[in-house]
Structures are given as structure tokens and as C-alpha cells.
Ligand binder design. Sequence first.
Ligand code: GAR
Length: 206
Amino acid sequence: MKPVRLGVLLSGRGSNFLAIAESIRTGKLTGAEIAVVIANVADAGGIESAQKLGLPTIVLVSKGRKRAEHDAEVIAALKQHDVDLVILAGYMRLLSPEFVAAFPNKILNIHPALLPAFPGLDGQTQAFEYGAKIAGCTVHFVDEHLDHGTIILQRAVPVLDTDDAHTLAERILVEEHLAYSEAIGRVVSGEYTTVGRRYVRRDAAK
Ligand code: GAR
């Protein structure tokens, strides 16, 4: 079967992108290939990593641009590369409703907190400062609202008394790297369906 073509969007170092690329390379994640990596920040480290892997890369700087205009360019680039599934991997920019509508139920995001707790920026620090005892990460479908769409999977990370926000974020990141490939694998397998807000195995759907 034709592999599902992933379009990765990122703004920074791109460690989640690299973990996904490594999962594909080692055969842990099958049925998917990375079609293009797009950054909205000129010096995003993830772009250099993608170039080293020989992947197509595009930088479309968003700073100072109107959201709708910038998003239209990103959508066009994704379509040009025949992208089936959009992977937000540390893409620190809200998507316009037009963007979400262009890839219905075909955009995934990873958030470094157990949603619906601590949406928005720096979820790890929010959880730490709130005094949460269990933190973690969430992979979810993207809808028009911030960090809100259907949850595909979550991984929990205990908050230790010896933690600071940085050590907690580091341990969450380890789980993010596992969670994202696993979630993409689930979506690519097509063996899952949605029941209301719940994402469940097709054979378990009631
Ligand atoms: C990750 O921790 C990711 O969960 C977070 O940005 C980081 C990107 O790291 N995303 C968000 O906070 C989105 N709301 P990376 O560039 O090394 O993958």
C-alpha cells in the first residue's frame, strides 16, 4: 500500500521530528514517509537536521505576516508535496480555521501536558508550578480551538520532589518521542475511529 505522506511543521530544534524520522528509518513506524519539513522560523534547528537526512525542506517565515496569508502558503506547499497527514512538531503558531478545514482530521499535534490541563505555552512549567503530581504529554487531532481536538494518546510522567521545570520537561520529552510515533502509527493504521470525542480501536467502538 502507498505510504501515508507526512508533512512536518516545526519552529525549533525538531527533536520530535527526528524521533519520528528515526522510527520510520528503523521500521518502528511503518506505512508512513516524510514528504516535507516546513519551518516558520528562519533558523529552526529542525530544518538543518532534515537537510542532513536529505528530506525536502521549506522555510516560510511567519513573523510579521497575516495568519491567513502565511497559512495559505503553507497549505499550498503541503499540497504540492502531496501531504496526507500534517504533523505539528513544536510548531508554535496557531492554525487558522482555513488551515484546519484544508486538512480535516488530518492534522496532529503534540502538547507537553496532559490535556485538557495546561494548554497553551510551556505546558511543562505550568504543570510544575501548579504543583501537579502527574504530568505528561498528549498527541491529539487539531481542531479550530487551542490544544483541544480529539486525544489519540497520552503518556504520564510523575513529578518528583527533586524536579525543577527543566528536569520535568526533559523527562516529558523522552515520552513525547515515544508517544508521537505510536500515535501516528495508530492513525496511519486506520484501525481507529472516533466515538464523540473518544478515539477508540475500531473493534472496540460502541
Ligand atoms: C515539545 O516539547 C512539544 O511538545 C512542544 O514544543 C516542544 C518542541 O520540541 N509543543 C508545544 O508546546 C505546542 N503547544 P522539539 O522542537 O524538540 O520537538
